[in-house]
Design a protein around this ligand. Sequence first.
Ligand SMILES: *Cc1c(COP(=O)(O)O)cnc(C)c1O
Length: 431
Amino acid sequence: MICDNISVNEKGHLTFAGCDTVELAEKYGTPLYLMDENKIREHVRCYKNAMQKHFPDGSLPEFASKAFSCRQIYRIMAEEGIDIDVVSPGEIYTAASAGFPMENSFFHGNNKTDADLRFAIENKVGHIVVDSEDELFALDRIAGEYGINQKILLRLTPGIDPHTHKKISTGAVDSKFGVSIETGQALGLVKKALALNNVTLIGFHCHVGSQVFESKPFTDASEIMLKFIADVKEETGFAADILNLGGGFGVRYTEKDPVISYADKIAEVADIINKQCAALGIAVPRIMMEPGRSLVGDAGMTLYTVGSVKEITGYKNYVSIDGGMTDNPRYTLYESPYTVILASRAEDKKDFTATVAGRCCESGDLIQENVAMPKPRRGEILAVLTTGAYNYSMASNYNRVGRPPVVMLSGGRDYVAVRRESYEHLCALDE
Ligand SMILES: *Cc1c(COP(=O)(O)O)cnc(C)c1O
């Protein structure tokens, strides 16, 4: 199996975190999101321990909320003692209302409105990651209105060419995110930030991409960021306290994805950062990383009930399920690979090939194509693996389909973290 929390029991049913998935589907109905709480905690501790071991004191992971946001995940992150990043007032509200200590949060986004900035200040967000000059001046003005001094980081683009690193596309100079080092605009912005009275610059942030299995994109980014930190120190005397390298380590969607140890990768990154800092003659700043997918991805699984099984003679087969792009739009958006297993008969021979289709009125509403499985029967349970990141958080109500519940699994126990959306919820805002 692609992750060690998945197995098959004596009934031939797929199990997840030690629980029988077919029984869970019966108990809660489908579609159903499952999350393995212990797997999430295991990943968080792995990052936290490795970062504290290899980087200077105070180095920590931040959970990138956008991968999976609900109150329970913030309670787990608070218990584990790591930071979070948030990208909207909705995420701020969710975290704050779950009791997350907001001084340990970082607010990102390429277009935070004045209202967003006010909301962040009112909710005592610890750090705002400023994305542009416009935002810097707006934040200084608004912080002044509140009579506070806001800690900030500046988001920079290290100018890493996305073509040299496939799947990486947010750290390039030509990006809607951040300020470019290469053009000199980043240094100009640092000088402006240092001259303002209502904000305090504490460091720099970059994010190079996602689903990365090597340390090189991070160390290429750190090389440029640390050189910048050294240049800034020389030019202005400002010594950055924090370098945030963003998120991005990958998870296994299929057997083709490599198995990596996040702890080993972090050790590799640390080793190179220590050498880079020594060569530049600067102290190693506190290092932050912002994993999203790699904390929650393989902690998730989605269960569906099989509906119609259609064999189009001479063409292909379609297995339709009771969910689709409304609970997992990632195949429709980017043809993301997933592993699909017939949970009801997980060990039967896979002698049938089919496209797994959703229930929405869109031909593109597919979950996966060319899936080998035993020929399913109406009413059987189908599982899609590694759906913990960017599934629930990207879900929609298209076709007025309610979002599935999120059930957490912990030590053989199951509990509801998010309830199923009812018809009343769907109409709650209609006049
Ligand atoms: C999306 C994002 C992350 C998380 O990326 P993952 O690939 O889920 O680890 C972290 N930081 C920023 C700024 C992001 O945009």
